[in-house]
Design a protein around this ligand. Structure first.
Ligand code: PGA
Length: 255
């Protein structure tokens, strides 16, 4: 059984004071029994990570610390970038790689995403590698070509056992922050195609174990149906993760 992973991607929202408040509220709302049903990771902006780590550690909370991005090099002349070494040192467990906003707004290529995935793994953290199609690509019938192309490129040179431990997030770009969610059947179909693709590149064990999240306007009201699909093993949640009450209900898988 793949344990679901619910990840809150706060994007460029919540300063470190606000972040602490959200984590403390979540700690009150999401209990140990909930965390037995689903793993939960929190992905604050870089400037909040140390504060969130302190709350998680001092209150012994069951949330995993996450980051939204990292560079692939360990150190050097890369002004403005953050090393995976620094993230590991802070206790970060999950790092998002290749979010569509990074690809579209900041020019990340498949090759860069692949380098990030490898760097995250090399530093004993888990990548959440994102993929997804635009509305134009969906309407042109090229959803699978786009998504599976990103998956193949992102996994190039990653060992099967490492792929098995990864997370892949399928996020149709037209559903991110728009209130439009892919139907659960559509999301399931693409996630199943991703799993088949993983089987081709990394073998049956990796395909069986890799966790595939859906992302794009996930809310408390649609998580149960999404998570009920065979190949959807969790959710990458943006807007709804900023509200502790709403996100707590998502962490409880809509129960
Ligand atoms: P959303 O964002 O839940 O606000 O649609 C999802 C994401 O971009 O990770």
């Amino acid at each position: 059984m793949r344990k679901p992973l619910i990840s809150g991607n706060w994007k460029m929202n919540l300063n470190h004071f606000e972040a602490i408040q959200v984590v403390q509220k979540l700690a009150y709302l999401v209990g140990k029994d909930d965390l037995e049903q689903a793993d939960v990771s929190l992905h604050p902006p870089f400037t909040d990570i140390r504060s969130v780590q302190t709350v998680i550690d001092s209150d012994r909370l069951g949330f995993a610390l996450g980051a939204q991005n990292c560079h692939w090099e360990e150190k050097g002349a890369f002004t403005g970038e953050v090393s995976p070494v620094f993230l590991q040192k802070l206790g970060v467990r999950y790092v998002i790689a290749g979010h569509s906003e990074r690809r579209e707004l900041f020019g990340e290529t498949d090759e860069m995403v692949n380098s990030k995935v490898k760097a995250v793994i090399a530093h004993a953290m888990t990548p959440i590698m994102c993929c997804g199609e635009t509305l134009a690509e969906r309407e042109a019938g090229s959803t699978e070509a786009k998504v599976l192309g990103q998956v193949r490129a992102g996994l190039a040179g990653v060992k099967p056992a490492q792929v098995a431990a990864m997370v892949i997030a399928y996020e149709p770009i037209w559903a991110i922050g728009t209130g439009r969610t892919a139907t659960s059947a559509d999301a399931q179909a693409v996630c199943a195609a991703i799993r088949t693709c993983v089987r081709e590149v990394a073998g049956a064990d990796a395909a069986h174990q890799v966790r595939i999240q859906y992302g794009g306007s996930v809310k408390a009201g649609n998580i149960a149906e999404l998570i009920g699909q065979d190949d959807i093993d969790g959710a990458l949640v943006g807007g709804a993760s900023l509200d502790a009450d709403e996100f707590a209900r998502i962490c409880k898988l809509g129960r």
